[in-house]
Ligand binder design. Structure first.
Ligand SMILES: Cc1cc2nc3c(=O)[nH]c(=O)nc-3n(C[C@H](O)[C@H](O)[C@H](O)COP(=O)(O)O)c2cc1C
Length: 167
């Protein structure tokens, strides 16, 4: 498949039929890990979530988070439900990088992690797979980090960052 076709065909999918196979997932992660990175640190850390219960909980947290800015209308409620149901029939990859430190010359790790995500989304296309990017922030991010047991050095919401920089 030509790169231009891959770029053209990639689009966000919000309803999945089935998760990727282990081989597909492996190939996608290998492509993702070829992304450029600040200082060549390859500072991306991926949690692969395949069990239904955890994905269900991630969907509930995402739905509650988005409810704070989604209008309480029929359409709004349908959009929220989609944000939850997208966690069905898929594999969820949570991509982390180091929490930035104010004087860290590698504070661009976040950019590198996003390049990893973009490579992953593009690599899904020739596999015949779809992807959806999503994010958590503030209390929802903390909740997800606790749910997944993410060490503090990898995940840090802006609130947590402010707290640690005034310490
Ligand atoms: C940083 C980032 C966060 C996103 N968060 C969400 C999200 O929470 N929910 C969602 O449905 N789509 C999310 N998206 C997907 C965008 O809505 C989507 O990329 C955009 O509408 C363009 O559509 P396309 O990807 O099909 O080209 C996110 C995309 C990015 C890059």
């Amino acid at each position: 498949m030509e790169l231009s076709d891959v770029i053209e065909k990639r689009r966000t999918i919000r309803k999945f039929a089935a998760p990727p196979t282990e081989q597909q997932l492996k190939r996608m992660l290998e492509s993702a890990a070829k992304a450029p990175s600040a200082g060549n640190r390859q500072a991306w850390f991926v949690i692969i979530i395949q069990d239904h219960e955890t994905q269900e909980r991630l969907g509930e947290i995402k739905k509650s988070l988005n409810a704070s800015f989604t209008p309480d209308t029929e359409r709004g409620r349908a959009v929220l439900q989609t944000q939850k149901d997208v966690f069905n029939n898929c594999t969820t990859l949570m991509v982390y990088t180091y929490a930035p430190e104010p004087d860290d010359p590698h504070r661009y790790n976040m950019g590198s992690a996003w390049l990893f995500v973009e490579n992953l989304c593009l690599a899904a296309v020739p596999e015949g797979l779809g992807t959806k990017i999503f994010a958590y922030w503030d209390d929802a991010e903390e909740e997800v980090n606790q749910l997944l047991g993410v060490p503090k050095k990898y995940g840090s919401s802006p609130k947590e960052l402010i707290k640690s920089s005034i310490k």
